[in-house]
Ligand binder design. Sequence first.
Ligand code: AMP
Ligand code: MN
Ligand code: MN
Length: 318
Amino acid sequence: MNDLFKLAIDKILASDEIFIASHVNPDGDNIGSIIALGLALKKLKKNVRVIKTDEIPTDYLFLPFIDIIQPYEASDIDLLIVLDCGDIDRLGKYKSLLNKAKTIINIDHHISNTKFGTLNIVDDKAAATGELIYDLLKNMSIEIDKDIATCLYAAISTDTGSFMYDSVTSRTHKIIASLIETGIDKSNINIKLYQSRSIERTNLFIKSFSTLKTYHNNRIAVVKVTQSMLNKSNAKMEDTEGIISFIRDIDTVEVACLLKEYKENEIKVSLRSKRTVDVSKICSKFNGGGHIRAAGCTIYDNIFNAENKIVEKIIDMW
Ligand code: AMP
Ligand code: MN
Ligand code: MN
């Protein structure tokens, strides 16, 4: 076991009350990892609070013990464990917890991680934070039961594009194999995650795809989602899940870009790349970050100017 894991485990074992924090707009890796760790620490009879930073997208409501994630107030925190957050702004409204915690354990896999913890278990080679939680639980000799395995399977599957990204290693598959061996209902998890798109979401996809613009000899593809499209299709922003991978999959495309209009002058940008471009570097120019093949940032301008700014930067850094 490496020294960082050992230090983290000592700290966890010595703490009775443990807070586990999630990130803004939580994704499958984040949600799966916080529930898995929460359930595991409850087995040790720890007083665990798994904090809800933002609403849970409906895609993940099928996960076992999803209600373990709740909003909490805290004044003094002995141990705060932050999962899947590259920087402190990802904690959103719970950022202030960092000042209230005696010890912060930061467990993450973003290349852009700012190492804000007292202890930082940050491995950008891990395909998902779920892999690091698996390692942690194994090192603690905590039994990975079906519920924990379901959450970790969902975490790793969603953060790897169903085991397709470059970040996937033989270790990823070995972890997944051992999760499957616990008897999880893999078929149901996959149907819930990937084959349960609502009509509203489908209508949003249709509207969004009609905004497709390409640049740089069709190597860059951009689509937009505006508030007006959400209203017309009766969809929510979480229903954009799946749009960007569809445009990344165009044969000529190296960089796919999705622009999401949260407010008139607040555009959340998602970037994905296929082979060569480091999109984390591009997003860091706009105070964002992420991974080499998947990253995000926010541009405070209208959606058309945001499109120009991000496309210009992508071409500039090609
Ligand atoms: P998304 O496009 O929102 O799915 O995010 C892709 C990846 O980039 C995820 O791993 C996020 O954690 C990361 N990311 C997204 N937005 C930001 C941001 N504003 N700052 C730092 N990392 C981000
Ligand atoms: Mn995440
Ligand atoms: Mn992740």
